[in-house]
Design a protein around this ligand. Sequence first.
Ligand code: GLA
Length: 388
Amino acid sequence: MNERLIEQLRSKYLEIFGERPQILAKAPGRANIIGEHTDYNGGFVLPVGIDKNIYAFSSKRNDRTVHIYSYDFQESASFSTEELTYEDTKRWVNYQKGVFNELQKAGYELSGINMVFGGDIPVAAGLSSSAALELVTAVTLESLFNLNIDDLELIKLCRSAEKNFVGVQCGIMDQFASRMAKKDYAVLLDCKTLEYKYIPFKQDEYYIVLCNTLKKRELVDSEYNKRKKECEEGVTFFQKFNPEVEFLRDVDVDLFNSKKNEMPDIIRKRCGHVIYENKRVIDCVEALGKDDFERVKKLLFESHYSLKDLYEVSCRELDILVEIAGDCEGVSGSRMMGAGFGGCTINLVPLSGIEKFCNTIKSEYYKQTSIKPEIYICRIEDGACVID
Ligand code: GLA
């Protein structure tokens, strides 16, 4: 936990509200070992919570007013729980408004609150700072108002906040990971049934190292929605042969291969990625169970090249980072992570090789792009919760 930041937030709260906060909550960002663009296709993902969080100090108020101070943006916003409209200028507050909105729609009784929040999750890096902001708000409200909401409902409400209020058509991975993450484990989530299993991850032997391209992400929302549509076309295609197909996840490799030549080019590529990526997630879990890091490595690189060539959501900077990592001795895989078009790569690096890996990435990436990348060596952390 970032004790220094927590202390800064605590004194800011005292300074602004002149009282001690009732609770402190935190929610982590996420990394995803494998399973990209599979969640909204009812498939499998394998995320972890990382040791970068959003923290929020809060107290209940007796009226309907919500006062929030963003430590990172150094701005305040206020709204009434009875008037939840989209905010164009201070866009960060829409995440909290969205959560208030969904909880109230679901019938939970809320009053106003005071909140000061801030975090150390790099923004716009594809590490789900937005899901963390939703979750930190949700666990805060759950605790302040004794709502007793079951984990899955809370996760779904946060995802609806992002879909309905912020307007991003995301899958469920980010919110799920930010809530259900567990120290020393990855979470294997079946996005169709929402069944999940904790998979031990040897985080003292292999480190999750994230390399940030620092490339400004463009087109990500429109391309994301386009990919979703293309996958839906794929579902319609396969329903002709099997009416039980509800998601691409229901299409197995054999059915895909027997019909793929009858599909339009683009749709075949998109479906090919999703169908094989789902298989890679299951294979990766098996390989982790056997400590077979050679296999894990192969699967991660395959995932990257599939995202690049079939799903077409990578970019030059991400490809460069993956290529450099591929030449580094001992690295057990590297691939682009998250929605794509920028953001981070995820790399599994043995402890003994970290220093060399970081130096090589820094110098080679700079040579090829004139950008100094940021590198985050992550520890796997627990999900969103109230701390005190
Ligand atoms: C974004 C979305 C997730 C998921 C990934 C791609 O992070 O928020 O739901 O779809 O992209 O795997």
